[in-house]
Structure formats: structure tokens, C-alpha cells
Design a protein around this ligand. Structure first.
Ligand code: MRU
Length: 366
């Protein structure tokens, strides 16, 4: 992604055994990078959401393991790092996917060899994410091109930030949007603000603006109205965990957009790289763990004051309890299709197996 004329990823090794990230809690008001030097730095960055978004927290966890092994490359240290990092956020499966891979691929080496292996693995996870998102962009571009009409932009609604900032580069839901924009297809994006943390208003709007993509920020409840009036051609969102039968966990409020889309015959697509698929789960509503975060994210809202300072203000009465469910599950029946790096498929076990035949379970007795 080009930011102020410079190509940037969201995470990169800074050259002396440390890792640099964009502190996303400071956007859109300030673009600040932060260095992570230890396992605890990495765990804090994920938990406090300096880095967030399913693919990016997987990449950050992989670098967290490398930082831990730099201090101590024993089996115990590898185990401890994986446990600490896995405990940071429960819903996005990419985190556990990266840690399982780290345990497997690093653990088979002798401690003395593990540090370079861990750094190479983290870099590979980042590069694979970028390649997957580029492929998602190529496949998703066709969906947008099909809806292009002479002289009119294709109106796409997205929720939360499944963009460049949620991944290592390009993003998942934004990949087809950037591909279409770069191909000269006029697009316009309706950006859900995404309370309580406002990832849409703060992050998606910022990165679309950096790339020059026309967009409009709306409050979370506008989508249904826009769809009733023919103002949304397509919904594309990301995913934190997609089950083997195609149920999709994503930022809280995604389910309501899917219901509105179905009621108005608006296609509802989910873009995801394959590490987001949890092949062990089927029923997303029953089985995907839903993160509950600090109620203070609901009772307070952060913004920039007229004097330039960034501050949080209370929006609820003192003493009113608040609940902060961070994700919800959209059942497969409401999803028009899944856009993956291997192509687009129906949100179903058969659809996913069509693209990932190696995941088909062998028939009994075979
Ligand atoms: O709580 P967040 O900001 O980590 O939630 C992010 C989302 O819900 C994204 O839509 C999802 O991770 C897909 S990212 C490509």
C-alpha cells in the first residue's frame, strides 16, 4: 500500500532482531510506527489492538514467537510463547493457525537453529498473506466488473476494516475494490463506522482515502436503508473464522448486514485467505468463541478535539452497564459466496471442498 507516496506493509522486521508495526490505535489522526522487541511487546500489541484484523494478528504472532526465541530458544520457551500469544484474542483463527504452524515448523529444529527458522517463517507467513490477498483481488474483481454500468460507480458496502490494515498488505474485502479501482472501474464504498471501536470510520476510510478510492462513511444502521433504495450493488466483508460448512464470524453487526442484504437481493460476499478457515468446526453460531471486550469501549468514544488533542469522552450515563460482544456469526445460508485465493465458491462444505479438495475427508474404509 502506498502511504504518502511510500510503499508500506503493516508489519516488517526492523533489522536488529526487532519488528516494526503501525500503531493502529493512533489512526486516522497520526501515522505512528512502534518497535516490538520482546514476546510481551508482541502479545500486548495484539491484545490492545495496536495490530488487529485476522491475517495481521497471525503474522504478528509469528513474529512474536521469533522475538521469544531470540531470548530463549528452548522447547519450554516455544511452548510458553505460543500459549501467551494464543491467549491474546480468541475469535480469529489465523492467530492459532500461525502458532500451530510455528510450533510444528520450528519445533522440529534443534534450539540452536531455531531463531533464523522462526524469522524466516514469520516472513513467509507475511509473503503468503500478500500473495493470497492479491489472488482474492483478482477473483473478486470479476464480481465488480460484472456490475459496472456506463458512467456509474459500483456501490460496495463493507463493514469494519478488512483492508490493508487488517492484513499484511492489500486486505481481503478491499482487495477486489483496489483491483477494480486500479483497473479504472469506478467504485464507491459505503464504509460502516463499526462501533464500538470504529474500525470502519478510522481505518477503512483512512486507507481508502490514501488509495484515492471514493467512499462515504455511514453509521452502522444505515446499510438496510441504502439497500432498500437500490444504493448498494454488492456487500463484501472479511472474516475472522469461517467454518468448514461456510459459516462466517466477522465484526459485530456483520450478521445484520447479511440479513438486510438477503431481504433486498443484494449479493453478500465474504473475502478470506485460507488460513481463516477452521476445518475443525461446522456450526459457527454454536462453536466459534466470540470475544467480549472491555465495556469501556462502548461507554466511551475516542476522537480528536478541536485543539488537536485526542481524547475519549463518555457517551453513556454513569452507572449504565454495557456489554461488548466483538464478533457475530453469519450463517452460510446468508452468504452468496466466499472469495478465496483459489477462487470463489458457494458458502458450503461442498463449495469449500471444490476449491480445497485436499481437505475432503477420506470415505470410511477408503
Ligand atoms: O477486532 P478487529 O479489528 O481485529 O476485527 C477485524 C475484523 O472483524 C475484520 O473484518 C476481519 O478480521 C477480517 S480481516 C481481513
Amino acid at each position: 500500500m502506498r502511504v504518502d507516496g511510500t510503499m508500506m506493509r503493516t508489519i516488517w522486521p526492523s533489522g536488529h532482531g526487532a519488528v516494526r508495526i503501525i500503531d493502529q490505535t493512533r489512526l486516522p489522526h497520526e501515522l505512528v510506527t512502534v518497535e516490538l522487541k520482546t514476546l510481551d511487546d508482541a502479545a500486548h500489541a495484539i491484545k490492545a489492538m495496536l495490530v488487529r484484523g485476522a491475517p495481521l494478528i497471525g503474522a504478528a504472532a509469528a513474529y512474536g514467537v521469533a522475538l521469544a526465541l531470540k531470548a530463549n530458544a528452548s522447547d519450554e520457551s516455544l511452548d510458553h510463547a505460543c500459549r501467551v500469544l494464543a491467549a491474546t484474542r480468541p475469535t480469529a483463527i489465523n492467530l492459532r493457525w500461525a502458532l500451530d504452524r510455528a510450533r510444528r515448523e520450528i519445533g522440529r529444529h534443534m534450539p540452536v537453529d531455531r531463531v533464523p527458522v522462526a524469522w524466516r517463517l514469520a516472513a513467509a507467513i507475511c509473503d503468503e498473506d500478500v500473495a493470497a490477498n492479491r489472488a482474492i483481488g483478482r477473483h473478486g474483481l470479476a464480481l465488480i466488473r460484472d456490475r459496472a454500468r456506463e458512467g456509474e460507480p459500483v456501490n460496495i458496502l463493507t463493514h469494519c476494516n478488512a483492508g490493508w490494515l487488517a492484513a499484511v498488505d492489500i486486505g481481503t474485502a478491499t482487495a477486489p475494490i483496489y483491483a477494480a479501482h486500479d483497473a479504472g472501474i469506478p467504485v464507491h464504498v459505503w464504509v460502516d463506522e463499526t462501533r464500538p471501536r470504529n474500525q470502519g470510520a478510522s481505518l477503512t476510510a483512512w486507507e481508502l482515502g490514501q488509495h484515492g478510492v471514493p467512499h462515504t462513511v455511514i453509521v452502522d444502521n444505515v446499510g438496510g436503508h441504502l439497500m432498500q433504495h437500490g444504493l448498494v450493488d454488492l456487500v463484501i466483508v472479511g472474516s475472522d473464522r469461517t467454518t468448514a460448512q461456510g459459516d462466517v464470524a466477522n465484526k459485530i453487526g456483520t450478521y445484520l448486514k447479511a440479513l438486510a442484504a438477503q431481504d433486498n437481493d443484494v449479493p453478500f460476499y465474504v473475502a478470506l485467505p485460507s488460513p481463516t478457515i477452521d476445518w475443525h468446526l461446522a456450526d459457527g453460531v454454536a462453536e466459534i468463541p466470540i470475544e467480549q471486550r472491555d465495556p469501556a469501549e462502548v461507554t466511551h468514544i475516542a476522537g480528536r478535539l478541536a485543539d488537536g488533542r485526542v481524547a475519549a469522552v463518555r457517551v453513556t450515563p454513569e452507572g449504565s452497564p454495557a456489554a461488548n460482544y466483538a464478533f457475530d456469526v453469519t450463517p452460510a445460508r446468508l452468504v452468496t459466496g466466499l472469495i478465496t485465493e483459489r477462487g470463489i465458491c458457494p458458502a458450503s462444505r461442498e463449495g469449500l471442498h471444490g476449491l480445497f479438495p485436499e481437505r475432503r475427508e477420506p470415505h470410511a474404509g477408503a
